[in-house]
Design a protein. Structure first.
Length: 187
């Protein structure tokens, strides 16, 4: 439960992947965001695998190039990583072979911003809007706070406050011993 940004699309010019990575790394650094670079081979077969020898370890070629951005400790990571066909994609989907596709048959990515607050949500939508103009011309976005569509900051705050209130209501009710049925009987 929480406000999430869903997105997907294709890099308009795969030959500009280095420029894309450098620019997003620069943006991430200037915003003090945690970033991780991905520079696996697009030419070699995808061999990503996970071992569980005491700890989870991922190894092999993900076939992804790009960067991930973690804008806030209470936000999920946003992947701006592309597969060999130029589509936005992410390592977990590849690792688990998830056939979860969004609009136009493209991989469906998402990042939850609910607990990071409205400012982070707005920053990520603005970043996506910039990337659509410059690098991912067919980018699709579904914004649960509707900032992508409206650019109304008050709507983001209103939706996050409502959902935070609902989460607090359920958390308190459950800790006070009420059942889920009792808490939702009037809904």
């Amino acid at each position: 439960m929480g406000i999430t940004i869903h997105y997907g699309g294709r890099l308009a010019e795969p030959g500009r992947i280095r420029e894309f990575i450098e620019e997003l790394a620069d943006i991430g650094q200037s915003m003090d965001w945690e970033t991780q670079l991905f520079d696996d081979s697009w030419e070699e077969p995808v061999t990503l695998k996970m071992s569980t020898d005491g700890e989870y370890q991922v190894s092999g070629n993900s076939g992804l190039k790009g960067i991930s951005i973690h804008p806030h400790p209470d936000s999920e990571t946003f992947f701006f990583t592309f597969n060999a066909e130029g589509f936005l994609d992410y390592p977990t989907r590849i690792l688990l072979q998830i056939p979860f596709f969004g609009e136009n048959g493209t991989p469906h990515l998402w990042g939850k911003t609910q607990f990071a607050g409205p400012a982070v949500h707005i920053q990520m939508i603005r970043l996506l809007r910039y990337l659509k103009r410059k690098y991912i011309l067919d980018l699709w976005v579904t914004d649960e706070a509707e900032f992508w569509e409206s650019e109304n900051e008050a709507t983001v705050l209103e939706r996050m406050d409502f959902l935070n209130g609902a989460i607090d209501y359920f958390r308190k009710g459950l800790s006070d011993g009420y059942s889920l049925d009792e808490l939702t009987k009037d809904w």
